[in-house]
Structure formats: C-alpha cells, structure tokens
Design a protein around this ligand. Sequence first.
Ligand SMILES: C[S@@+](CC[C@H](N)C(=O)[O-])C[C@H]1O[C@@H](n2cnc3c(N)ncnc32)[C@H](O)[C@@H]1O
Length: 269
Amino acid sequence: MPEQPTDLRETVRRRYAASALKVSGGGTACCGPEPVEADENFGGALYAADERDTLPAEAVAASLGCGNPTAVARLDEGERVLDLGSGGGIDVLLSARRVGPTGKAYGLDMTEEMLALALANQQKAGVTNVEFLKGTIEAIPLPAGTIDVVISNCVINLSTDKPAVFAEMFRVLAPGGRIGVSDVVADDELTPARRAERGDYVGCIAGALSFAEYRDGLSEAGFTDVEFTPTHAVADGMHSAIVRAVKPNTAQPGAVTAATPTADCDCRG
Ligand SMILES: C[S@@+](CC[C@H](N)C(=O)[O-])C[C@H]1O[C@@H](n2cnc3c(N)ncnc32)[C@H](O)[C@@H]1O
C-alpha cells in the first residue's frame, strides 16, 4: 500500500532529524540519493568559498541543499526574507548578512533537531537579525503580505502538498515580492514512477515536480514571470534548478486562510 501523506511527512522529519543529530555530533549531512552521505551535487560544496568562510563550520557541514538560493535571489538592504525548510540555517545566515541590520531573515522548519542546530549556528555566527520558526511550509506561521523574498533550498520537492506550499508562498509575500528557489525538477517526459526509479522521496528525488507541473502550480497560485535555470544534473533527466517567479504588484493582499496559524507560532531567535 502506498505511504500516506502524513506518514511520508513523518518519514521526512525523521530522516532530517537524524541528519541534524549527525552534524551536531561532528559529521556531515546531505540530501540526495544516498541518505545522510555527502554527494557533490548537494550540500556545502555548492557555495562559493568566500561565503563558506563567513559561516561556522557546522552551518556549512549541515548544508543539505541542491543549490545556493542566496546567490540566485537578488536581496536588497532592509528586505524581509523567508527560507522554507531552513535546516541548519546556512541560507538564513547568508541572507541576514545581505539584507543588513534593517532587514530580517526568517527560517522555517518542521524538525525540532534542525531548529536546534540552526539556533546554535546563529549564535556561533553572531548574526542577530534572524528568527527561526517551527512549522510546516504548507501552513506558514506568518501573516499575509509580510515577506519580500521567499527562498528555499531543496525542500519543496519533499512536500506532500505542493499546491498548499505555492499558495502559502503567495500569501506571505507582499505585492511585487519574489521567489528565488533551488529545487530538484524533472524533465517533463519522466512520469512520477520513472522519477521514483531514480531515487527515493526523502533523498529529494521521487517527490520532484516536472518543469511543466512546477510552472502550472506556481501560475495557479497567482505567480507570474516563472523562470527555470537548470544548474546541474542530479539524476538521469532530473536537475537542480533555480526557480524564479513574481507576485504581481496588482495582487490583492493575501487573505488569511484557516491554515494560517497565529497564536501557535513557535518563534526562536
Ligand atoms: C534537504 S533539507 C534542506 C535544508 C536546507 N534548506 C539546506 O539547504 O541545508 C530539507 C529540510 O526541510 C525540512 N522540511 C521538509 N519538509 C518540510 C515541511 N513540509 N515543512 C517544513 N519543513 C520541512 C526538513 O526538516 C529539512 O530541514
């Protein structure tokens, strides 16, 4: 019997809790076809040396992404950035430096062990314009229209409800806001079954959308100017790609949906 979405999310959570504990114990962690093993297509090697050198070694070791979204999203002084599935915090810390003291970087993750690692990395980095939130990317615990840029690194493929993620990204962005995401994306001719032959779900392969599915999902949520830039292959017919899109300036401020937590926001940092 296929795994149910709630079971799958718990499998994902346990996998990344184990990665966080491994890094906290002095190892490295990586997304990708081989769980919790380093792979040149994933992790800290995808960051420029001058970026890695500004961060605590543990933040780089904890990197599990398939790209470097801070390099692909233009970030300006004073902006508010949200990183979906922030893991050990590498992209939050880099973003916080780029938006400066008048800006703010939020990291959102559902895995307690990852949030603990991210907080420890924040303290080592001495960066203060940061807040880590516990929650899911399908029900972002932030009010509508409060974010200028949504980034994410190899996380949306792990969601069991991608339309909810796209709708939530749109809701939290201010009109004119933008996304700059790194994610695994499949060639359009690869069926979900053929994607699953190339790697497992928790390793960021089987749950990847195709280019057409990604474009349609973002467009249905209201995004315009959807663009893909594939950067490197992660499996046959599957790519790490930069995904950019814009929330139109004319968009009405997002309605606060029933999925929007307010009182139960678990904020740290
Ligand atoms: C592949 S790792 C990427 C971490 C980080 N972005 C990086 O580049 O190092 C995936 C992260 O997303 C988190 N995650 C996965 N699914 C999630 C969901 N539905 N809601 C919130 N966090 C999620 C996991 O706990 C994990 O920390």
